[in-house]
Design a protein around this ligand. Structure first.
Ligand code: MC0
Length: 140
């Protein structure tokens, strides 16, 4: 079952400057930074609150590490802003994806890939989700 907004992904040009903005403007100081080479991003997870399913909700700031990454492509076309929304599941993310695929929504990966902080993730095509790139997350 999808039980939380796991994170909102925001594309940015300069990760350090954007983290500083969120820290100084809103006081979000719980920050985890990592590089995900497969996805072509350096990312910061800013914890906002814990959720009723034992997980948490985050803002995710995404800076591309290479020009051919999905985020670099998106930034070139749209500029900085909200890139995707991620729902968290309390179960197996592949089971969740299979159930959604059965409703006619394209799932982008055949099997889950590695996401932030050791999570398992997959994505739904934005064209099948009213224009919103949607990620499914199973926390580590
Ligand atoms: C593209 N489109 C979007 C979009 N990206 N619509 C809404 N939100 C987005 N973020 C739209 C385009 O405007 C275009 O529509 C159509 O989808 C095809 O886009 P494209 O520019 O031709 O690009 P494609 O087809 O090569 O790739 C789009 C696709 C890709 C969604 C398949 O971005 C993808 O595989 N995304 C999933 C992986 C990802 O985004 N990774 C970065 C976050 P029009 O109408 O113009 O034809 S990694 C992450 O978040 C991890 C690390 C984590 O959470 O832990």
């Amino acid at each position: 079952m999808l039980t939380r907004i796991d994170h909102i992904g925001i594309a940015c040009h300069d990760l350090d400057a954007t983290v500083a903005f969120y820290r100084e403007t809103y006081g979000f100081t719980d920050v985890h930074i990592e590089v995900n080479e497969e996805q072509g991003v350096r990312e910061a997870m800013l914890k906002i609150n814990e959720t009723g399913d034992g997980a948490a909700s985050y803002l995710q700031l995404l800076e591309p590490t290479r020009e051919d990454s999905t985020v670099a492509k998106w930034l070139a076309k749209n500029g900085e802003g909200v890139h995707h929304i991620a729902f968290g599941t309390d179960g197996d993310v592949q089971d969740e994806a299979d159930g959604i695929a059965a409703k006619g929504v394209r799932v982008l990966y055949d099997s889950p890939r590695r996401g932030s902080m050791g999570s398992r993730i997959t994505f739904l095509h934005p064209k099948d989700a009213h224009g919103v790139l949607t990620e499914l997350v199973q926390k580590a």
